[in-house]
Design a protein around this ligand. Structure first.
Ligand code: PRT
Ligand code: ZN
Length: 293
């Protein structure tokens, strides 16, 4: 089916096929946007939001957004940086996390970046690497390779590599060890600067971001319900500092109460353990779907 861009619609570019595709589609769905998607599609239109979704190679997204072909893009921060695109980075989206690392062969004797002065480093991220090295005042030969960077040391094409790492298993398989992280990356929402200055477009972008952020916040939060002796209330309150006031519900047995509260994921186990010690029982933990603040 052939479809043309709608000039009035907000336009967002996401990766067509790759590591960020699913996360990007899920994010749009979580924002309540309904659209038809099938593999191979280049363009989809929101049924209940004025948005056109373009499916592109990730490498093209920063430039499309910079040039205003789309208003928004979802792409790895590593790609945005490498392309040096003039775009506004609006939000970190919590998926596609990885680190751009310099790694060396295990038995090379190289322990730090300084051991690589004058050596060859193979990478698909020459721009980021060169900036990083020059920021440190270190001179090395940067060799640009477009794929399979991890095999270059064993082919004696390079002495070290600079590549993305997520689980670390690719490095281990090739007997490489990371010695320096030069960028922490994840998927980001980027915007065309002029779209942020256009009242109608900016309004649509803000509405979309409110929805996206309410989903991202919710993912970081659990809702916890528990019973506790009324006498433990003060102790329970002191365990939940900095969180919004918990809801206290009286129970049929006047010596007991129910406490309901939102707990951020990062403190979750710590808080749960302390609540148990304070006398909380029958704890029920439920995921939060949206959090609008
Ligand atoms: O076709 P297109 O150009 O759109 O896709 P692509 O092949 O260029 O990109 P893709 O889908 O591989 O990656 C898209 C984005 O995902 C990257 O730009 C990063 O922002 C992010 N990402 C997150 C990663 C990784 N994790 C990752 N592990 N991109 C690549 N890798 C590779 C890495 O290069 C290495 O080869 O995975 C290997 C290492 O993984 P581990 O798990 O063994 O450490
Ligand atoms: Zn790519």
């Amino acid at each position: 089916m052939y479809m043309e861009l709608n000039g009035d619609n907000l336009k967002i570019a996401i990766q067509r096929k790759g590591r960020l595709s699913q996360g990007s589609l899920e994010l749009l769905k979580a924002a309540g946007i309904e659209f038809d998607f099938s593999e191979g599609l280049l363009l989809a239109r929101g049924r209940n939001y004025p948005i056109d979704i373009l499916f592109l190679r990730d490498d093209d997204i920063p430039e499309y957004v910079q040039d205003g072909i789309t208003d928004l893009g979802v792409v790895g921060l590593n790609v945005v940086r490498e392309k040096g695109a003039e775009v506004a980075t609006l939000d970190y989206l919590g998926f596609g996390s990885c680190e751009l690392c310099v790694a060396v062969p295990r038995r090379s004797g190289f322990d730090s970046l300084w051991d690589l002065a004058g050596k060859r480093i193979a990478t698909s991220y020459p721009g980021i690497l060169r900036d990083y090295l020059s920021g440190k005042g270190l001179e090395a030969r940067v060799i640009q390779i477009n794929g399979s960077v991890e095999i270059t040391p064993s082919l004696n094409v390079a002495d070290a590599i600079c590549d993305l790492v997520s689980t670390g298993s690719t490095l281990r398989i090739h007997d490489l060890v990371p010695i320096e992280t030069i960028l922490k990356s994840e998927a980001v929402l980027v915007a065309h600067r002029a779209s942020l200055g256009d009242a109608r477009k900016a309004g649509l972008i803000e509405r979309l971001r409110t929805r996206l952020l309410s989903h991202l916040e919710a993912r970081k939060t659990k809702y916890v319900m528990m019973n506790a002796p009324r006498s433990a209330l003060e102790r329970i309150r002191s365990i939940l500092p900095g969180m919004k006031s918990p809801t206290i519900v009286p129970l049929a047995d006047p010596s007991l109460i129910a406490v309901h509260t939102a707990v951020p994921e990062e403190y979750f186990w710590e808080v749960i353990e302390k609540l148990k010690q304070a006398g909380a029982t029958d704890m029920l933990v439920v995921p939060v779907e949206k959090m609008v603040v």
